[in-house]
Design a protein around this ligand. Structure first.
Ligand code: GCU
Length: 414
């Protein structure tokens, strides 16, 4: 009996570890429909794309509302002489009413004065409030909760103060973005939907859609941020200074996870920039390396839909994976950036996703990812898929922005 148990244990260990080694075969194939049939052409891919979107809605991010019927853009600031004349600054409150409730969040926009209008743009959500991305005293201080963090000790009693101005400027490189001829649009995560566990689903846009809560595919917080990026795009489409056909969506870390889902689910985004989005972003779960599904669901229970919890400890056998997210973006350009010391994001796993997605980019006859092996440190590769791994840790650096701007310039400024 004992021997038999021992044998069974041994056998299951071998099976499990061979799963680990057989990652490539275990990985679900984007070109096979759920019913086992093969995708043969672009028309069939459109149908397969719908299946993939539906999988992510029901199993991971949750279901988002559509475009709100009752939405209003209030341009409350328009300064043509911002940043010493370099840019025009606009600030817009997006008001949304639904089910008798109102939610609102502010979009801060800088438009380069030198460039020929309409200009391409980059939109992304920020971590600490719009006022944190630049020291410009004209930026409205957020009224939403701000953490008094060790890194940015500027808030008092959860409120932003003048000391919060420009504290996150290094990660936003506004000058370089404007010099490259791009407008920058940004909004603050807490105004959209709180990132605090104890406040989950109680604030911002979540209050508008009670019918999307208390269900397996509930409207999660990453989905709420992605949805808000689409509302930002709704505004940009109305702004004559912006070329809405050339808008890139950018995000770092958890907000990179949101940028990827925004780019995957809203094809109006012409390009996607993912900076160390890691687990639940660009990293492939099947490798079983770095932050796992259990951690995501326990430390950040509000990020994904409840249904995603059933996959805890199933990372290496997941019936879908994050290469599907990039497949949904194809053939639009996407750039995935990793950092050597950001082990939680599993840089090799982010590269593996780029490599897997190459299949769909080639299916669309683009040059996909031009390399098979992970590039050397601080060497960017740029096809229709771009990738780099730079030295250093979890951050957005001037090196990252330099690559994003070269990549976006070549693809959106022509
Ligand atoms: C945590 C989390 C990551 C996330 C990161 C961030 O480290 O585990 O998944 O990307 O926060 O948003 O900075």
């Amino acid at each position: 009996m004992k021997n038999r148990l021992g044998f069974l244990l041994f056998f299951s260990l071998v099976t499990f570890s061979s799963f680990g080694q057989n990652k490539e075969t275990a990985l679900p194939d984007p070109l096979i429909f759920n019913n086992g049939k093969k995708v043969n052409n672009a028309r069939e891919w459109t149908a397969r794309r719908e299946e993939l979107l539906q999988t992510f809605r029901s199993e991971m991010y949750g279901t988002s509302p559509g475009r709100p019927k009752d939405m209003r853009f209030e341009v409350f600031d328009h300064d043509k002489n911002a940043l010493n004349g370099k840019a025009t600054r606009k600030q817009v409150t997006i008001h949304i009413r639904e089910n008798g409730k109102e939610a609102k969040f502010d979009l801060l926009i800088y438009i380069p004065n030198k460039a020929k209008h309409p200009v391409p743009a980059i939109i992304g959500i920020n971590f600490i409030g719009n006022q944190a991305i630049n020291a410009d005293p004209g930026i409205k201080l957020t009224e939403a909760w701000v953490e008094n963090s060790k890194m940015f000790p500027c808030a008092v009693d959860g409120k932003a103060t003048d000391a919060c101005r420009g504290v996150n400027a290094k990660q936003w490189q506004v000058d370089s973005i404007l010099d490259a001829g791009f407008a920058l649009a940004t909004m603050y995560r807490e105004e959209i939907a709180s990132d605090r566990k104890e406040e989950m689903f109680k604030t911002g846009v979540h209050t508008l859609y009670p019918e999307l809560q208390n269900r397996e595919d509930n409207f999660g917080t990453i989905a709420a941020w992605a949805w808000a990026l689409s509302r930002g795009m709704d505004y940009l489409e109305t702004d004559k200074d912006i070329n809405a056909k050339k808008v890139a969506v950018f995000g770092f870390s958890r907000l990179g996870k949101a940028a990827l889902w925004a780019g995957a689910s809203d094809t109006r985004f012409a390009l996607v920039l993912s900076n160390e989005s890691g687990a639940g972003g660009a990293k492939l779960f099947h490798r079983g390396v770095g932050e796992n599904i259990r951690r995501l669901n326990t430390v950040f229970p509000h990020w994904y839909a409840k249904s995603f919890r059933k996959y805890m400890d199933q990372d290496t056998v997941l019936p879908f994976d994050q290469h599907f997210i990039v497949d949904l973006i194809a053939p639009r350009p996407v750039y995935i950036a990793s950092a050597e010391n950001d082990k939680g994001s599993d840089p090799e796993g982010e590269f593996a996703t780029a490599k897997e997605a190459d299949v769909i980019y080639r299916f669309f006859k683009t040059n996909g990812l031009p390399v098979k092996e992970i590039p050397a440190l601080n060497k960017s590769v740029m096809g229709q898929i771009g990738y780099h791994i730079r030295t250093g840790g979890h951050d957005v650096t001037s090196f990252d922005w330099k690559q994003f701007l070269i990549f976006s310039n070549l693809r959106l400024q022509k």
